[in-house]
Every structure is written in structure tokens, then in C-alpha cells.
Design a binder for this molecule. Structure first.
Ligand code: HEC
Ligand code: HEC
Ligand code: HEC
Length: 411
């Protein structure tokens, strides 16, 4: 598994004017956020001008909005998401699913592009489905805020754009929902046809996107990590419930279960610090699913739905949690201190623990620079290098040794 290069982290510490607004949450398993019916889309071409977000040179300061388009167009895989549908892997998947063309099917375009009908486009929209996952996919329909949103916070506050249809990606919970709506649940039939398994962790994936923004709020990385974990736990538990209910093949139910446990395992140490009661509820609901797995699909499904409900409530709470250095360090210590648990759902829990360690360490290292920082950083790198991509290739002993090697310097 590739680790996010620690160098990228300098960009990461955050800003967020948390403007709380109500937006429709995506329905579990409907994937991608709903396309707005209220406002029309303007297309990536309307953001790309060199005096808007398409500066030819990288901005002087990270987080300058001038080069956001340039970063997306040159470094962000989202811009290739449509192109992926033209590749032979996609053609093979489409064939198996009896879809004529992946590039024209809403089964694929919903996540791999911004897929619009004519009526959903603003009159002079500069829209091209081949732009893939583009500005409007994450920032929402710009018809009503395109003219004006660049006037500065005083004259045109962020909240004004949000009230006119912009998605509030500055809000950590909304951001997590946004990413997870494409990055976690996927129909069992697509996985069976060869779609890659989805693995998600908000902070790590934000770093590797890479970010075209600067989050400045203190301890934003751990906040994104924790909130993202709870949202991912909800979504994976919902997916497990659906697969169990619809009688998906055992292998796919098991995959969903491993994924769910992976998120629950990574979250546990945080819940012990900031939400102990909810932590116990999660543990007992996970135990109830474990008890029913392989014996009683209906019971597994109802227990998974109960866990999803707990995790959904938790995500709102974690998004409001105030992180401190003590909390982050304690949670980091707990993550590296229990290899048995970290490996108990195989690769799926190990990679979530590895990403948790990376995310939490990155945050502490940015502010506290512990003297053992270099050694810890190298040990984390080795742990990632030796993680396989397939669950069948996972070696729990090797991972345990690597995790212990990280733990050595975390006191
Ligand atoms: C509209 C759906 C959608 C949304 C919303 C979305 N993504 Fe993605 N993302 C994709 C698709 C599709 C790909 C695969 C691109 C490709 O074809 O390689 C992807 C790829 C990525 C990758 C590259 C993964 C790799 O294997 O290298 C990262 C990192 C990523 N997304 C992070 C995020 C983050 C962070 C968010 C939220 C801020 C987000 N994504 C929101 C659909 C989405
Ligand atoms: C629920 C959203 C969703 C749907 C629906 C979806 N994908 Fe994806 N797809 C993703 C995301 C997200 C990724 C990136 C995963 C990652 O790297 O972490 C991805 C990755 C891929 C990849 C691997 C890309 C790479 O760079 O390695 C292929 C191929 C692919 N999708 C094809 C398809 C096809 C074909 C369809 C329709 C039959 C489809 N996808 C439907 C979200 C989706
Ligand atoms: C995969 C999701 C995603 C895509 C695609 C995306 N963005 Fe963003 N963008 C975000 C997130 C998350 C943030 C951080 C929160 C915020 O500032 O709103 C952000 C922030 C920004 C900011 C604010 C920067 C700052 O530091 O204040 C600008 C400007 C921006 N994006 C422009 C664009 C443009 C232009 C495009 C298309 C070329 C684009 N974004 C595509 C997710 C995305």
C-alpha cells in the first residue's frame, strides 16, 4: 500500500469557518450525492480561466485559490475518472454487467463524472462529461454563486454561496459525507464484475488527492480522521446490512464485514478518550454482528443497521470534538499498542490502523516535533511498504512486527 508522502503534510493543517447548514445527506447505497434539482451547473470550464482558478504557475502560498484548477488538472486523479471508463478493465466490467458502454452508463458515470442532463446545465455552461469528477462534483452547482463568490469574505461570505447552492466542503462532516458518497459503498454486482474494493480514510485521502486548499484550524487532520472514520463506519455497516439482506454471495458479505470491523477497530481508541459510552455501544453492536455472521443473515443485517445508526450519531458528535495534543498522542499510542486487534480483521483492519497512525503522527509531528520523529516516520513508511494490496496476501506476523517497530518510539 502506498503511504501518503509525509512532505505533503506541511500543507495540511487547517482552516475551517464551520458554517453549519443543512444539506440532504446521501442515501446509503445510492452512492454519489444527489444532483441538485434546485440549481444548475456551470461546468469546470467556468472555473478554469487564468484570472480565476487556472493560474499558470503554482501560487506563492499553499492554499491560494488561484491555482486550484491547475492542481486538479495536473495532479488530481479525479480529472481522469471519466477516462478510466474507457480502459480495458472498465470495458471488461461493463461486459460482465451487460452494460453497452461504461462511458455512457449511469451505473458508472454517477461516480466517475458529473453526469447531467441538458436541463441541469446553466445556459452558458462550459460542461464536458469527460472532465470526470470535476469542480462542480464537489463544490456544487454554481449558477447562482459563480458571479460574486470571488469578491472576498466581507462582501460575499462563504455562507452566502452555500445558501445559493455551493456544497459546504469547509464543514468537516459535510466533507466526509461528500467523499464517502463515492468512495465506500458499491453494489455487490459491480465488485463481482471486477470493480476494485473501496478503501477510504478521509485525512489520508485528502492528503493524497492532493489538497488544493489549506485547512488551518488546529488539529484539523485528527478531526477529519475521526469524523471520517465514523462516517465510513456508518456507510460500511449500512452496506453490510444491505448485502446481508439481499443475500449477496458470502464472500461479498464477508468483505463488507471486514471493512466494517476495520473502521470500528481504528475508531475504538478515539472513542475511549472522547465518547466512552458510545464506544461501548459500538463494541457490543460489533459483537452482535460477529455472533450472527455465518449463522443468521437477517440477524446480521439488523445488527449492522443498529451499528450504522450509532455510527451516524457518533459522526455528528465527533465533528464537534475538540482535539488536543494529549488526545492525539494517547490515541496514537493506543493504535500502535494492540497489534492483535489491529490485525483481527486481516488487511482491512491493518490498513485502517496504518492510516490512523500516519494521520495522527503527521498531526503531532507538525506541531511538537518529537525527537524520535525521524525514526517513527521511517518505521511508518516501512509498515506501509510491506502492506500487500490483496487481503489473501496479508501476513499478520509481519504487520505486527512493523507496528511494534513504530510503537518502540511512541512513549
Ligand atoms: C463524485 C464522486 C467522487 C467524490 C465526491 C469524491 N471522489 Fe475521490 N475518486 C472518485 C473516483 C471515481 C476516483 C477514481 C479516479 C480514477 O479513475 O482513477 C477517485 C479517486 C480518488 C483518489 C485517488 C485514489 C488512488 O487510488 O490513488 C483520492 C485520493 C480521492 N479520490 C480522494 C477523495 C476525497 C478526499 C474526496 C472528498 C473531498 C473525494 N475523493 C470525493 C470519485 C469521487
Ligand atoms: C459508488 C461510486 C462508484 C461507482 C458506481 C463506480 N465506481 Fe469505479 N471507482 C470509484 C472510486 C471511488 C474509485 C477509486 C478507488 C480508489 O482508488 O480508492 C474507482 C475506481 C475504478 C477503477 C480503477 C481505477 C484505477 O485508476 O485503478 C475502475 C477500472 C473503475 N472504477 C471502473 C468503474 C466502472 C466500469 C463502473 C461502472 C460499471 C464503475 N467504476 C462504477 C467509484 C465508483
Ligand atoms: C474531490 C472533491 C473536489 C474537487 C473535484 C474539487 N474540489 Fe475544491 N475543494 C475540495 C475540498 C474538500 C476543499 C476544502 C474545503 C473548502 O475550502 O471548501 C476545497 C477547496 C477549494 C477552494 C478553497 C481553497 C481555500 O483554501 O480556501 C477552492 C477555490 C476550490 N476548492 C476550487 C476548486 C476548483 C476550481 C475545482 C475544479 C478545478 C475544484 N475545487 C475541485 C474538494 C474538491
Amino acid at each position: 500500500m502506498t503511504r501518503i508522502s509525509p512532505v505533503a503534510t506541511a500543507l495540511s493543517l487547517l482552516v475551517a469557518a464551520a458554517v453549519v447548514l443543512v444539506a440532504a445527506l446521501p442515501q446509503p447505497l445510492e452512492a454519489q450525492l444527489p444532483i441538485s434539482k434546485e440549481h444548475k451547473y456551470t461546468g469546470t470550464g467556468s472555473c478554469a480561466a487564468s484570472n480565476c482558478h487556472g493560474a499558470k504557475k503554482p501560487a506563492a502560498k499553499p492554499g491560494d485559490p488561484d491555482d486550484t484548477y491547475t492542481i486538479w488538472a495536473s495532479k488530481d486523479k479525479h480529472n481522469k475518472a471519466y477516462n478510466t471508463l474507457t480502459k480495458k478493465e472498465s470495458v471488461a466490467m461493463a461486459q460482465k454487467m451487460k452494460i453497452a458502454k461504461a462511458t455512457e452508463s449511469d451505473k458508472c458515470l454517477g461516480c466517475h463524472a458529473l453526469y447531467l442532463s441538458k436541463e441541469q446545465m446553466a445556459p452558458r455552461a462550459k460542461y464536458d462529461v469527460a472532465d470526470g469528477v470535476s469542480c462542480d462534483s464537489c463544490h456544487g452547482p454554481a449558477e447562482k454563486w459563480l458571479e460574486g463568490h470571488d469578491k472576498g469574505e466581507k462582501e460575499w461570505p462563504h455562507a452566502k454561496s452555500v445558501s445559493l447552492g455551493m456544497y459546504d466542503t469547509k464543514d468537516v462532516l459535510k466533507r466526509a459525507e461528500q467523499c464517502v458518497s463515492c468512495h465506500l459503498s458499491i453494489d455487490a454486482e459491480m465488485v463481482a464484475a471486477g470493480h476494485p474494493t473501496m478503501i477510504f480514510e478521509l485525512d489520508s485521502f485528502s492528503q493524497s488527492q492532493p489538497p488544493h486548499w489549506k485547512d488551518q484550524k488546529e488539529w484539523f487532520g485528527p478531526l477529519a480522521w475521526g469524523t471520517g472514520q465514523a462516517v465510513a463506519l456508518r456507510e460500511s455497516a449500512d452496506q453490510l446490512a444491505t448485502r446481508a439482506k439481499r443475500n449477496a454471495p458470502d464472500k461479498l458479505v464477508q468483505e463488507s464485514w471486514d471493512q466494517t470491523r476495520g473502521h470500528a477497530i481504528a475508531l475504538r481508541a478515539l472513542l475511549a478518550q472522547v465518547a466512552a459510552e458510545a464506544g461501548k455501544a459500538v463494541e457490543s453492536q460489533v459483537a452482535a454482528i460477529a455472533e450472527a455472521m455465518g449463522k443468521d443473515k437477517a440477524k446480521a443485517a439488523s445488527s449492522a443497521s443498529a451499528l450504522a445508526k450509532t455510527a451516524g450519531d457518533l459522526s455528528k458528535r465527533l465533528a464537534q470534538t475538540k482535539f488536543t495534543k494529549d488526545i492525539v498522542w494517547t490515541v496514537l499510542k493506543a493504535q500502535v499498542g494492540d497489534p492483535e486487534r489491529a490485525t483481527s480483521a486481516g488487511l482491512r483492519s491493518a490498513e485502517q490502523v496504518a492510516m490512523a497512525v500516519d494521520s495522527l503522527f503527521r498531526a503531532v509531528n507538525a506541531v511538537a516535533k518529537p525527537p524520535e520523529g525521524k525514526a517513527i516516520d521511517a518505521a511508518i513508511g516501512k509498515m506501509f511498504d510491506e502492506l500487500p494490496t490483496k487481503p489473501a496476501d496479508f501476513d499478520a506476523k509481519k504487520f505486527t512486527a512493523n507496528l511494534q517497530n513504530v510503537a518502540k518510539n511512541i512513549k
